[in-house]
Every structure is written in structure tokens, then in C-alpha cells.
Design a protein around this ligand. Structure first.
Ligand code: FRU
Length: 508
């Protein structure tokens, strides 16, 4: 493991770093774990997706980025774009910490499109000379030439009565007003969400109060990355409470990303949930997700999450890179339930059929000698039978195993029998309990596996780091339809760091 000095962690990117980063990228590019249809960090470390928006007919996604290595150093924003949520292009650096308010990093935030601008509200993470942390809510905007202008001063100052943890603004518009929701910690060290409102985007913000969630006094000891989206006529409130107690089938990860469906009353600052608190993803690696939407289609929203979590390390860290964004998921609320499906456009990536069970029916064990690094599997299980599907296995080890037992309805994924163990102190298995397992779609991309269960009922995400020897697929099950397709490349792993335009700062 590389040791980083304080000074190295504080580095801010500069044009002079281009050659050095180019070399780092060259080294990373050859990794067997680089993905071909997931957005992944260009170099160094990526964490939260930020500013996810539909602007000028394109999807814009940013991510928290420390360019120089796989550690949580000084945070910048990196920018990628897509026409279809599937083919992504690296645009380059979007924002770096240039103002004193953000001298310890440009932390997470969200996007809002208005008057030909994409506004980005974010947290200026500031360190006083004695190390004291102060967090400010800041704003910037990019125009259609990708020119970024920041406002020099915060739009929201720290709120008294709360600790220094006040961050990750989510901006939204409702009842002819703008709102910002942030994650916070109160003086009793309880996780809270705070609401602000304004008539304009870039000024006039006033504190409304805490968002009261009926049935809950607080959420853990700190809430990070809150997000709220209207989907049809319901609101989806989702956020990352830290310090939630582990349960048998839930909250096994270092930190959780949870959701509630309900109604939002902005007059009384109350959210009335119709559902219990649930994790958005039941796998190992998922955090800090955000949504974006298209103005003319408010029946759905698109969700992107960090395919990782704070406090985790991965084998790719030693290669100088860490982390991906999950596949974009299309969210709908049907019969009061949240469904998360891989976005439809992904189907266009399906290439050759690699396996098609004879007459569509798998009756006994099958074996594929060469596990494709990038594929999608569609499995139908009309008689709800037991299934075992082992990916990246060897003759002796199961590899990444997916198993379903009809007897107790348990679907379990396990990383226990892979040679590269990933954060095993957080457990090697995750499971969900199902009434039946009807369909399963498994997306595999080099070091990523995402399971979509029963057409969006649950999603389980897992990073895996298979070795050259781990390359078989084994399966057992009765009367199961299974088809496997190759997936084509849609995310180019090219080196783009400095876009044409540099950022600017304007008075406010
Ligand atoms: C969540 C988080 C945010 C913060 C950002 C810093 O992973 O801790 O709360 O804004 O990451 O990179």
C-alpha cells in the first residue's frame, strides 16, 4: 500500500501534471479490471456521482475525483457526457478547488438546468489553519460551450446548532420555488436533513428548517448525499445515513444508501413515508446515488450510484485507480413499490449470443470454459426452481456464486470463493428474501457484477477482481431458460484531463 503525505493528498491539479497523469493512465489502461461499459475513473480515485442532469440534449455526469492515486485526497469534479446513458465520453476536469471556501476540496452536489445553463451546487469543504472544518454551499454553472463560472462566495453559510458536517446539496424546484436539501449532523450528533429555499437559483437562500420525516427522529449519526425526486405523483427520498445498526439481511456494508417513498409537504417541511426504510441496493458496493430526469418524462428518473463505499479498498488501488459508477437505472414506482431496471438503451450493446440453452431449457449442470469479461445473462425460472450460477469459477472454486433456494426463498451472492478477497471484514455474502425468483438479469463487466432481480424488484451490486485462472461458468438448475450475450464496448478508456476551457470566478 502506498503511503501518502499530507502535502501529496492536498495536491490540486495543474496543467503541469498532464504528463505525469498520462503515464498513470497508460499504466492503468492495461489493467484486466478496467471496464468496457461502465463509467470508471480516468485516473486516481472516483467517489460520488455529482451534478447528474439532462442538459442540451445530453446526459451530464460528474464525479468526485482525486486525480493522482487511489486515495481520498483533494476532491475535484470530473465530467463525462452521454447521448443515450450507454455511450459515455470523457470531457475532462470540470472543477478544482480554487477558492478559500473550498480549500480542502470541492465536495459533492447536484445539478439544475435553467436558461441555457447547467447550475452545479456543491459543498466547499474548508479547513482553517488550525485544522477546523467548515462546510459552505457553493454554486457554479457551465454554459453550452462547457465554460464553468463559479460564484466567489457561498450561497448558504453554515447553520448554527449543527456540527461542521453540513454538505451535499440537492437542488430541486417545486411550487414555484427552488429548494436545497443538505445532509447534516445536529449538536447531539444525530443525522438530519436541512431544507433551504429561494426565489432564485444563485442568491436569496434562506433556512427553512429540518426536514421532518414522520416516524423517525433522526437517521444514524450523520446523513450524507440526500436526494429527492418526484416520480409520477410520489416522492422518492433517498440518502446515506451513517451509523445504522447491522441487521441479518440489511446494513452489512460500511455505510448504507436507503430510500423512502411518500409525500412531501413543503409548507410543514414534512415527508410522510408510505414505505419502510429500505436499502437501494442489496449488494456489497453501492453508495451516494443521485437521480437525473428528462423534463418531459417525470414518470421515471435515472439513478446512478457510486459502485463503492467509503472505507473500502480494492485490488485496483495498487494500480493507481479506484472505482466506477453503477449502470444507470431507470426508476419507476409501480403499485407503491420502487422498481429499478437497467436503462433500456443498454440492450443496444448486446453482441453475439455466447450461450443459449438447448430449446431454451437448462436441465442440468452446464459449463462454459471461457467466462466472457463483458456479458449479460438473462435467466428465466418459470417453475421457481433452485439455481446455482457460478461466475469466474475454477475446477476447484466456485468463484462469484449466485444461489437461490426455493425452500426458503433466499437468493444469495457470495465472494467467498474468489481468490481476491474484497473487504472481507464486512462479510462475504449478501442476500435477499423472495416470494419467487422469476427472472434474473446479470450484467458482468470485468470487475463489476450487477444483478437485477425479478425485473427490478431488487438490485445487488458487487465488485470482483478475478484472476486469469478464474474463467469458467458453472450452473445447475432445472427447467431454466438461460441466454448469454457478449456486451460491446461503450465507454472509451481515453485520457482526457484538460478540456479547452478553464474555470472562472464571478462576484456575488
Ligand atoms: C460521500 C462523501 C460526501 C462528500 C464527498 C467527499 O461519499 O463523503 O459526503 O461530499 O464524499 O468526496
Amino acid at each position: 500500500m502506498e503511503i501518502w503525505t499530507k502535502e501529496e493528498l492536498k495536491q490540486i491539479i495543474n496543467e503541469r501534471d498532464e504528463d505525469r497523469l498520462y503515464e498513470l493512465h497508460e499504466q492503468i489502461e492495461n489493467s484486466q479490471w478496467r471496464c468496457s461499459y461502465h463509467v470508471q475513473t480516468v485516473t486516481g480515485l472516483m467517489n460520488d456521482p455529482n451534478g447528474f442532469s439532462f442538459y442540451q440534449n445530453q446526459w451530464h455526469l460528474f464525479y468526485q475525483w482525486f486525480p493522482f492515486g487511489a486515495v481520498h485526497g483533494m476532491k475535484h469534479w470530473y465530467h463525462v457526457v452521454s447521448d443515450d446513458l450507454v455511450h459515455w465520453k470523457n470531457v475532462g476536469l470540470c472543477m478544482k478547488p480554487t477558492l478559500n471556501y473550498e480549500n480542502a476540496g470541492c465536495f459533492s452536489g447536484s445539478g439544475f438546468v435553467k436558461d441555457n445553463f447547467l447550475y452545479l451546487v456543491y459543498t466547499g469543504h474548508h479547513n482553517e489553519p488550525d485544522g477546523q472544518v467548515i462546510e459552505y454551499q457553493m454554486i457554479a454553472a457551465i454554459d453550452d460551450t462547457n465554460h464553468l463560472t463559479k460564484l466567489k462566495r457561498p450561497i448558504i453559510m453554515p447553520q448554527s446548532g449543527y456540527t461542521e458536517h453540513q454538505r451535499d446539496p440537492k437542488i430541486f424546484y417545486e411550487n414555484e420555488k427552488y429548494y436545497i436539501l443538505i445532509g447534516a449532523q445536529d449538536a447531539e450528533k444525530h443525522g438530519k436533513m436541512l431544507l433551504y429555499s429561494s426565489e432564485q437559483i444563485a442568491a436569496g437562500w434562506t433556512f427553512c428548517g429540518e426536514l421532518k420525516v414522520e416516524g423517525y427522529d433522526h437517521f444514524g449519526h450523520m446523513v450524507e448525499c440526500p436526494c429527492i425526486e418526484k416520480i409520477g405523483d410520489k416522492w422518492l427520498l433517498f440518502f446515506c445515513p451513517q451509523g445504522i445498526e447491522k441487521k441479518e439481511n440489511a446494513y452489512q456494508n460500511a455505510y448504507a444508501n436507503v430510500y423512502l417513498i411518500g409525500d412531501l409537504d413543503l409548507e410543514t417541511l414534512t415527508f410522510k413515508p408510505d414505505t419502510d426504510l429500505e436499502e437501494l441496493d442489496k449488494g456489497f458496493d453501492f453508495y451516494a446515488s443521485q437521480t437525473a430526469y428528462q423534463k418531459d418524462n417525470r414518470g421515471t428518473a435515472i439513478l446512478a450510484g457510486w459502485f463503492g463505499c467509503s472505507d473500502y479498498t480494492y485490488p485496483s488501488d495498487d494500480e493507481g485507480w479506484a472505482n466506477l459508477v453503477t449502470l444507470p437505472r431507470e426508476l419507476t414506482i409501480e403499485d407503491g413499490k420502487l422498481l429499478q431496471r437497467p436503462c433500456k438503451q443498454l440492450a443496444s450493446l448486446k453482441g453475439d449470443v455466447l450461450f443459449d440453452a438447448e430449446n431454451g431449457i437448462v436441465k442440468k449442470d452446464i459449463l462454459l470454459r471461457k467466462m466472457p469479461n463483458s456479458c449479460v445473462m438473462h435467466l428465466e425460472n418459470p417453475s421457481n426452481s433452485d439455481i446455482e450460477l457460478d461466475l469466474f469459477s475454477t475446477d476447484l472454486r466456485k468463484g462469484f456464486s449466485i444461489s437461490y433456494k426455493q425452500r426458503n426463498g433466499k437468493l444469495e451472492i457470495s465472494r467467498k470463493q474468489l481468490s481476491n478477497q474484497i473487504n472481507p471484514s464486512f462479510g462475504t455474502e449478501r442476500s435477499v428474501m423472495l416470494d419467487t425468483l422469476r427472472v434474473l438479469d446479470v450484467y458482468v463487466d470485468h470487475s463489476a457484477v450487477e444483478l437485477f432481480i425479478n425485473d427490478g424488484e431488487y438490485v445487488m451490486s458487487a465488485r470482483i477482481f478475478p484472476t486469469e485462472e478464474e474463467k469458467k461458468i458453472r450452473m445447475s438448475g432445472k427447467d431454466i431458460n438461460l441466454k448469454i450475450w457478449n456486451m460491446q464496448t461503450s465507454v472509451k478508456d481515453d485520457f482526457v484531463v484538460f478540456p479547452k476551457e478553464e474555470e472562472d470566478a464571478a462576484e456575488n
